[in-house]
Design a protein around this ligand. Structure first.
Ligand code: PA5
Length: 381
């Protein structure tokens, strides 16, 4: 289990109220997800993954934000060897990036997973159009359809309607699970399985932490949430997530999205930032040691080897002396189980933190602002 180096005084009544609120929220479906994903669904995901692996050398994963970062985080961190190569698309509006992705499949057999809960997001929709065209050129209209897998809402949205009409293989994002809390649903599980990740072990790790929520005592993720809120109240409004494993860069990106979109509203929130050490000790290290003191550091420690353990200790001691509050989360194993634990731990800590700050952990009204501006500009021409 994940261990931490702090033990704040937790208001247990407040905590149990918050936990109840989260469980009963119409978007609280992620709380039970590790236990609710049925054996049947895992089987369907693994069988689909095997089919994709047999038919293709490359899987193109189209999606953005919560429909993208979670699976990329785990695939990049674990770099499994028994799957196929994943190419990501639809996570920006860059024409150049789209062309790079199209170039990757120029002379390779490929399949496409398109993920969008709303089914209307511009970035993935645009990439999907380009890859559909490529599939049809290569495999014909019927052949193309057999290589498209859509993960979307059960009932509505442009992608849902198209997937139904054209009979793509479909997986559902549960109604009560929001984008950034969806990595343990087919959104994350199918791409990970194709890449060779052991999704049962990942779910088992998450389930272990979920049992803490129902057990005796204060769950560790709640201690972390309370600690963050104490630090914010003392003026530490920036949290730097520090990892010592370069392959976890995308895991940091996933965490930043989770906390940023969940907490950053109503002029509230802790700004999430991230570093990878020891690389970034040679860039941001100076600021961390000696710059403006409005930040705290959360070390995500994946105990891997002896030298790494020494550098973790050295950084912790130096930064503490530099007057940065340093929180440390020890992830027990660098594998699917360990990451399953960490995913669930962070999701719960994030939802509790947002509740402690008095904001809704599950909406993202601010994301609409740029979309509206873009829509206006596009309509102008
Ligand atoms: O967490 C969220 O809800 C967002 O980051 C979404 O995942 C992101 O905007 C993509 O949305 P959609 O899956 O509807 O395309």
């Amino acid at each position: 289990m994940i261990e931490v180096n702090f033990s704040p005084k937790v208001d247990e009544n407040k905590l149990s109220g918050i936990l109840e609120e989260i469980k009963n929220d119409e978007m609280g479906g992620f709380v039970d997800l590790p236990l609710k994903v049925s054996a049947e669904e895992v089987k369907k995901i693994n069988e689909t993954a095997e089919k994709i692996q047999k038919e293709s050398e490359i899987l193109v994963c189209i999606g953005i934000g919560g429909s993208y970062l979670g699976h990329r985080a785990i695939i990049e961190a674990l770099r499994p060897r028994n799957g196929i190569k994943i190419v990501y698309a639809g996570n920006s509006l860059s024409e150049r990036e789209l062309n790079y992705a199209l170039r990757e499949v120029a002379d390779k057999d490929f399949s496409v997973i398109v993920i969008s809960k709303s089914g209307t997001t511009l970035e993935p929709a645009r990439a999907f159009e380009a890859f559909k065209k490529k599939l049809a050129e290569r495999y014909g209209v019927v052949g193309a359809i057999k290589r498209i897998y859509a993960i979307t809402d059960a009932h509505k949205g442009t992608l849902h309607d198209e997937a139904k009409r054209d009979s793509y293989t479909r997986f559902v994002i549960p109604d009560n699970v929001g984008g950034r809390y969806s990595v343990l649903s087919p959104v994350g599980l199918l791409p990970m399985a194709v890449a060779g990740v052991d999704i049962e072990a990942l779910l088992a790790g998450a389930a272990k932490v979920s049992e803490e929520a129902d057990g005796e005592g204060v769950p560790t993720f709640a201690k972390y949430a309370f600690m963050r809120s104490l630090l914010l109240n003392k003026g530490y409004d920036t949290e730097v997530f520090a990892s010592f494993e370069p392959a976890t860069m995308y895991f940091n990106e996933w965490i930043k999205q989770l906390f940023g979109e969940s907490e950053g509203k109503n002029r509230q929130g802790i700004l999430p930032a991230s570093v990878i050490y020891s690389t970034d000790l040679h860039s941001l290290g100076q600021f961390m040691q000696d710059g403006r003191r409005n930040l705290f550091e959360t070390i995500i420690n994946y105990p891997t080897d002896e030298l790494n353990a020494k550098i973790v200790e050295a950084v912790k001691t130096a930064h503490t002396a530099g007057k940065i509050p340093v929180l440390k989360l020890d992830v027990p194993t660098y594998d699917e189980r360990g990451f399953g634990e960490l995913i669930y731990f962070m999701e719960m800590a994030c939802a509790i933190s947002a509740k402690l700050a008095g904001v809704n952990p599950f909406d993202q009204p601010g994301v609409e602002a740029y979309k509206n501006e873009l829509k206006k500009l596009m309509e102008e021409k």
